[in-house]
Design a protein around this ligand. Structure first.
Ligand code: MG
Length: 387
């Protein structure tokens, strides 16, 4: 049953897409699912994981408790997967495979956004460091426990490799060494590169929207940067009613237009490059010269995205409100790390149990990085004696 499903889908994919027969089996052999392809099954395993549910309470830029309308890592991951799926379909790439990588791409993030990751990395310097991509791999291959006979989600090797943004893994994750070595020798497959681009598309547009909604950025300031001004003018020209609308609606209209222009640009430029470079197989993609790599934006779009990203860095990520939130997050993580390292007996029993297999620092880092913003805050208040 399942083989037919996979064969039927593969017949519709481009010759260089991640077909099902490239899934590379699983570390622990399992019989195929009768009603789902291997990538659909992998996607479902990610969705049903604990780490995925916790993304709903982890900061993207704003701490989760700041407001109900802002992005969290969960809504961001869903948005990345939606964009990735649409573009993969347009390019005849494997949609389910791209969706799985997108849904899993941020699983390893710490609480309190990038500040959390940077702080944990500093604290882990002498113990192999911390990096969210390595942590995502560690979660799906080791930390999630849902099966009697193995740790992790037992995803297909192709998904594990697609999740690797680089060839680094933690020393303790030795089962991933062969895949990481392979990844180090190859370009990413098109679906993985696509998800990476979609991650950037999603966060730039959505951070802009959150920045405007939170009054951290004013509309007049954005009017100074080029892609925004141009699209705003286009919106005014294309609809007579635009000018009379409330500001929040005008903002949403412009962001929607910017987002679809960016997506269309990525599809068109990638299609054009594919036509010029003419890869004939997935192997061609793995080996293709970096300058010919097909997934890309046009030069104009690259510039526009750079301008928006620069704007966000200056006006949003360095805004005193965001900097204060980050500083507070960093202090909480430092405190928790030092407390648990001093006294590992405060860790929950099932976490403590892992210390015999791993260094206590890695176990503490796994525990803290898995926390949601609000849980980390609660633990901090609890251990610091703040009532
Ligand atoms: Mg992301």
């Amino acid at each position: 049953m399942n083989l037919n499903l996979e064969e039927n889908e593969d017949a519709l994919l481009a010759p260089y897409a991640m077909k099902h027969n490239f899934s590379g089996s699983r570390m622990y052999p399992e019989a195929p699912d009768p009603y789902r392809t291997c990538y659909q099954r992998d996607r479902d395993r990610v969705i049903h994981s604990k780490a995925f549910r916790r993304l709903g309470y982890k900061t993207q830029v704003f701490v989760n408790t700041e407001g109900d309308n802002y992005r969290t890592r969960l809504t961001h991951s869903l948005e990345v997967s939606q964009i990735s799926r649409s573009i993969a379909g347009a390019l005849r790439l494997n949609r389910d495979y791209a969706e799985t990588i997108a849904l899993a791409h941020d699983l390893g993030h710490t609480p309190f956004g990038h500040a959390g990751q940077d702080t944990l990395h500093q604290l882990m310097r002498a113990h192999g460091g911390f990096e969210h991509n390595c942590q995502s791999l560690r979660i799906v291959s080791e930390l999630e426990t849902r099966y009697a006979d193995w740790n992790g989600l037992n995803l297909s090797r192709a998904v594990l490799k697609g999740m690797m943004k680089h060839n680094r893994i933690y020393e303790c994750d030795s089962s991933l060494i062969p895949l990481a070595e392979q990844r180090g020798r190859e370009n990413p497959c098109l679906e993985a590169a696509l998800v990476d681009h979609c991650d950037r598309i999603a966060y730039i547009h959505h951070d802009l929207e959150d920045a405007l909604d939170s009054d951290i950025v004013r509309l007049e300031e954005l009017m100074e940067i080029n892609p925004w001004r141009t699209v705003y003018d286009e919106a005014e020209k294309s609809s007579q009613g635009f000018r009379g609308k409330r500001e929040p609606l005008r903002i949403r209209i412009v962001i929607r237009m910017l987002l679809s222009q960016t997506i269309n640009d990525l599809i068109a430029k990638t299609q054009e490059t594919l036509l010029n470079v003419k890869p004939e197989s997935l192997d061609d993609i793995y080996k293709i010269n970096k300058t010919d790599y097909p997934v890309r934006f046009s030069e104009t779009m690259k510039e526009s995205m750079g301008a928006m990203q620069k704007f966000l860095h200056e006006k949003m990520y360095r805004h005193p409100r965001v900097v204060q939130m980050s500083a507070r997050g960093s202090r909480i993580i430092e405190f928790l790390f030092s407390e648990f390292m001093k006294n590992p007996e405060m860790l929950p029993g099932h976490v403590q149990g892992r210390i015999s297999e791993q260094s206590s620092a890695r176990v503490v880092s796994d525990y803290i990085s898995g926390m949601t913003d609000r849980f980390a805050l609660k633990e901090y208040q609890n251990l610091a004696g703040i009532v």
